[in-house]
Design a protein around this ligand. Sequence first.
Ligand code: CTP
Ligand code: MG
Length: 248
Amino acid sequence: MHANAVIVAAGKGERLGTRVPKPFLPVAELPLLVHTLRSLDRARLLSSLVVVVAPEREALCRELLNAHGPFRSAIRLTHGGPQRQDSVRLGLAALDAECDIVVIHDAARPFISPDVIHASIRVASQAGAALVAVPAADTLKRVEQVDDETPLSTESSLISPVRTVVETLSRQDVWLAQTPQTFRVPLIRAAHQRALDEAIQVTDDAALIEKFGGTVQIVPGERRNFKITTPDDLRMAEALLSAHASER
Ligand code: CTP
Ligand code: MG
């Protein structure tokens, strides 16, 4: 078995709202992408890492890799596209020729552990598609947006738009998808090609397998492998990574 990882790092980070996109933001003194690559580099079943970056960040990315290496795995850079799905497809074109399992991971998840990566590789080699996920911990509410044109008071205008609860959903069979999402290479390449041909857009790779009638097996993950999406997530990551650095 020959496994590679594709690390998607070509997004704009609009929800975080920083000038520099997430992978290049310094967190606990190192760019976020370097934290994530160091975590992946600890997974000994991965022989190469393909980092997908925006063309205008390639030079910066090479500098970071030189400054913060060496890495055990071979690292290659390739250019991403407008949507995450495009970036993954372009990353899949840059795998080692002999690669048969691919671990697709968000650059914005620095806390991935080697054990979870290895579990996803084992499941994908047996089942074809493996999705790291965690059970929903909180009670789930379906909500609707109430007309926010006419706030009831000045305080309520601070919480805009106004949303109210429609119903409580059972969380029993609900799991929250993370990455890595790990696949046999021919399976995920064919799914991405079909999505391109049929103009199908989804937000994660497992959804393509589901859509085309395949089976995706769950690999239980860890809540700490959250994705840095909002300023609040960034503060949490900063605290965890700083604590981790001072332990060493
Ligand atoms: N990503 C990518 N190419 C894109 C969009 C996203 O490689 N065209 C990557 C991001 O860099 C990130 C991962 O996919 O590591 C998960 O996406 P997300 O958290 O949505 O990041 P962004 O798209 O950068 O953020 P936002 O949606 O807030 O703009
Ligand atoms: Mg995005």
